[in-house]
Design a protein around this ligand. Structure first.
Ligand code: FES
Length: 148
């Protein structure tokens, strides 16, 4: 029998019959149907799968179910950060949009720990999130305006 994994996502509890080594990204997308978190590289390089685990940004593709036992997982579907989301809209940040959930999760985590980040802190915090469309200037502008 497959062990039962407990998963707490966006404030709700789930019990999954899944391998404890399954990446959280798989469980979110394929079992729970939370497809806002994206699969990009599957190897920790792109940031498309960024989630929060107890408030800290983590790669969903490299984090296993057993690593999040008893922890709070937050996905883009449960992200509160209204001011940041509003800034994203005002700055028309997305182009194709694929990486944007991950971008928002990283940006929100930054503003939680550093409400008034410097430009360098923004660039550092966002350096693990790749955007093939090159929306970086708008991402930075949106974070700056959300931090005002
Ligand atoms: Fe996880 Fe690219 S899909 S970092």
């Amino acid at each position: 029998t497959t062990p039962t994994q407990k998963l707490m996502v966006n404030g709700k509890d789930f019990s999954l019959d899944a391998d404890p080594n399954m990446p959280v990204l798989w469980a979110l997308r394929d079992i729970l149907g939370l497809t806002g978190t994206k699969f990009g590289c599957g190897a920790g390089l792109c940031g498309a799968c960024t989630i929060h685990v107890d408030g800290s940004p983590m790669r969903g593709c490299l984090t296993s179910l057993k690593q999040v036992q008893g922890k709070q997982v937050t996905t883009i579907e449960g992200l509160e950060a209204e001011k940041l989301k509003q800034a994203w809209l005002e700055h028309n940040v997305p182009q194709c949009g694929y990486c944007q959930a991950g971008q928002l999760m990283s940006a929100a985590a930054l503003l939680t720990t550093t409400p008034k980040p410097t430009e360098t802190q923004i660039v550092d915090a966002m350096s693990g999130n790749i955007c093939r469309c090159g929306t970086y200037p708008r991402i930075k502008a949106a974070i700056q305006s959300a931090s005002e």
